[in-house]
Design a protein around this ligand. Structure first.
Ligand code: UD1
Ligand code: PEP
Length: 418
């Protein structure tokens, strides 16, 4: 099993090119099965989750050609199968995003229940209830969601009990081919939802209001092909900015979009960073030592849960005591015991990690449990004295494109070992 070996203590300096967003690329890949002609996608991040998505599409009979390391042409003209197997879904929860488009296009879909994961139970009841409201007949048996509909799905007025990103995306995709108008209230406002809506509209869908809490979808009979570039990854951007801050560096993220990172940039500034930005870049210049900050995760535009673990590492080495409160997932602090092994003084009280900053973390052997926890441990390794070994890095490969190469180019001493 591969691991990272990091020798800490180098301040990061230079420029890093941000990749396409994982959480936009995955729904966009699934949405391409709604089209009846070729779809060309650019700025697709080279990630394990993207490979899993392409494999899932291939299992449905949809071939794709790799045009270069970040571009694909997908051929969704015919769909041969309607089953997303447990074998694939268990490796990537976002496979649930195939449910809405497959049902809308084929009239039937059988998708393995994703189940929980390290960060929480992560139910999909809102996806299922919304599709039922649109006329789908759905049973859940033997670990599979079995959905079918006679004729087309029907437009419906859907009010989500709680804000769900992939729930909003699944229903939005399904509604593009429904008969009539669908409204989704209490919709997720995440930038990835907007990117998906823009992609769907490129294919001839009529989606309005994405980025607000009410999305209106006017169903059309079919979607045509098209070409689209995935938006930059705001979480990868934020991760590099935190790494620059904690190591006392000066890093410019290129090919990103500062408008998607307001809450994160606000907290980085509060921690003492000097932030400058242009239309597609952000530069962070670190102070001598950052101050601790208090953070509460909540749906966009508030502070993203996917940046929570990285901010725990920031608070671990900052001046003062800061807390991080997680309100989205019930179990998203698996990084805390690992950071404690490196000398972080963090206490967990319910859904809050209270951290008394120390000016010295010590290298140790640590273990990744999920994607963003892994990122927080790599950042901790960059700032710790001595050597840190980060194990189970397959988690980080799900969501960060060649992170060790990008960090090395900024001056970090990090190597991938078998
Ligand atoms: C592939 C992708 O885009 N993943 C992101 C997506 O995950 P994902 O879409 O799975 O997360 P949700 O927005 O659905 O989850 C938000 C909350 O709603 C709850 N819930 C969700 C659906 C449902 O049917 N019932 C229900 O109760 C969840 O348990 C959680 O407590 O948004 C999360 C929150 O920003 C991010 O951390 C993930 O990186
Ligand atoms: C939790 C995440 O991803 P996923 O929903 O794919 O597990 C994430 O990107 O931080």
């Amino acid at each position: 099993m591969q691991k990272f070996v990091i020798k800490g203590g180098q301040a990061l300096h230079g420029e890093v090119r941000i990749s396409g967003a994982k959480n936009a690329a995955l729904p966009i890949l699934m949405a391409s099965l709604l089209a009846t002609d070729d779809v060309e996608l650019q700025n697709v991040p080279a990630l394990q989750d993207v490979q899993t998505s392409l494999k899932l599409l291939a299992d449905l009979g949809i071939d794709s050609d790799r045009l270069d390391s970040n571009s694909y042409r997908i051929h969704p003209q015919t769909i041969a199968n309607h089953v997303a197997s447990y074998e694939l879904v268990k490796t990537m929860r976002a496979s649930i995003l195939v449910l809405g488009p497959l049902l809308a296009r084929q009239g039937k879909a059988q998708v393995s229940l994703p189940g929980g994961c390290a960060i929480g139970a992560r139910p999909v009841n809102l996806h299922i209830e919304g599709l039922r409201q649109m006329g789908a007949d759905i049973t859940v048996e033997n670990g599979y969601i079995n959905a079918q509909v006679e004729g087309r799905l029907q437009g419906a007025a859907i009010l989500l009990d709680t804000v769900s990103v992939t729930g909003t995306e699944n229903l939005m995709m399904a509604a593009t081919l429904a008969e009539g108008v669908t409204t989704i209230e209490n919709a997720a406002r995440e930038p990835e939802v907007v990117d998906l809506a823009n992609f769907l509209n490129t294919l001839g869908a009529d989606v309005r209001g994405a980025g607000t809490d009410t999305i209106e979808i006017h169903g059309v009979e079919k979607l045509h092909g098209g070409s689209y570039a995935v938006q930059p990854d705001r979480i990868e951007t934020g991760t590099f900015l935190v790494a620059a801050l904690v190591t006392g560096g000066d890093v410019t993220c290129r090919n990103t979009d500062p408008s998607m990172l307001d809450a994160v940039l606000k907290k980085l500034t509060e921690a003492g960073a000097t932030i400058t930005k242009g239309a597609d870049w952000i530069r962070l210049q670190a102070p001598k030592r950052p101050h601790s900050v208090n953070v509460i995760t909540a749906p966009h535009p508030a502070f993203p849960t996917d940046m929570q673990a990285q901010f725990c590492t920031l608070n671990a080495i900052a001046d003062g005591t800061g807390w991080v409160r997680e309100t989205i997932f019930e179990n998203r602090f698996m990084h805390v015991p690992e950071l404690q092994r490196m000398g972080a003084q963090i206490e967990l009280e319910g859904n809050t990690a209270i951290c008394k900053g120390t000016d010295r973390l010590a290298g140790a052997q640590v273990m990744c449990t999920d994607l963003r926890a892994s990122a927080s441990l790599v950042i901790a390794g960059l700032v710790a004295s001595g050597e840190t070994t980060v194990q189970r890095i397959y988690h980080i490969d799900r969501g960060y494109e060649t992170i060790e190469k990008k960090l090395s180019a900024l001056g970090a001493q990090i190597e991938r070992h078998d």
